[in-house]
Design a binder for this molecule. Structure first.
Ligand SMILES: CC(C)(COP(=O)(O)OP(=O)(O)OC[C@H]1O[C@@H](n2cnc3c(N)ncnc32)[C@H](O)[C@@H]1OP(=O)(O)O)[C@@H](O)C(=O)NCCC(=O)NCCS
Length: 146
């Protein structure tokens, strides 16, 4: 399996997994918005990026979308892991953990301060993974919807 940055050729595979992820998360995102998200990811100069995990036969097994952005408590950047999804039949093989480790290695090279992410309190699968590899933030998230 190879983990690498997604590029234009990954559109169809990313979209197929993305649609399954949105269903899994219970969010209805229109085709138009999904295409806009992808266009941001595939542009090399954009801050939205994605990693994909691809097997030896070229089948895409997982994706991880992330955004790198500046921070005010440091001159180093933060990396927000926005979405992570592993194809159902490929779970519990260490793919998600490997993708986060891959991103962390990139973060070390780029001198980011940290990776961070949110997860639903009830997402026990994800929390089991996150509790193993990261520390729980002392902060709560608040939303003011616009
Ligand atoms: C959460 C998710 C990304 C995990 O992907 P994965 O590739 O199966 O995770 P890994 O194989 O790397 O898991 C590593 C460790 O995390 C823990 N873990 C992962 N899934 C688990 C589960 N279903 N139950 C208990 N522990 C789990 C285990 O400790 C596991 O190690 P082990 O298999 O050696 O015991 C995957 O289940 C998924 O895509 N879920 C749907 C989308 C989602 O919820 N994404 C996260 C949104 S924040």
């Amino acid at each position: 399996m190879e983990i690498r940055l997604a590029g234009p050729a990954d559109h169809d595979a990313w979209l197929s997994l993305w649609n399954r992820y949105c269903t899994d998360q219970g969010v209805g995102i229109s085709t138009e918005v999904s295409e806009t998200i992808w266009q941001r990811i595939e542009k090399p100069d954009n801050t939205s990026k994605a990693l994909v995990a691809v097997d030896a036969g070229g089948v895409t097994l997982a994706f991880l979308n992330y955004i790198v952005h500046p921070y005010t408590w440091s001159d180093r950047q933060l990396c927000f892991v926005v979405d992570l999804y592993v194809d159902q039949s490929w779970r519990r093989r260490g793919i998600a953990q490997a993708m986060i480790a891959h991103l962390a290695a990139e973060g070390h090279r780029q001198r980011w301060l940290r990776l961070y992410w949110n997860t639903d309190r009830s997402n026990e699968r994800a929390r089991a993974l996150y509790d193993k590899i990261a520390r729980l933030s002392p902060y709560l998230s608040y939303f003011l919807d616009l």
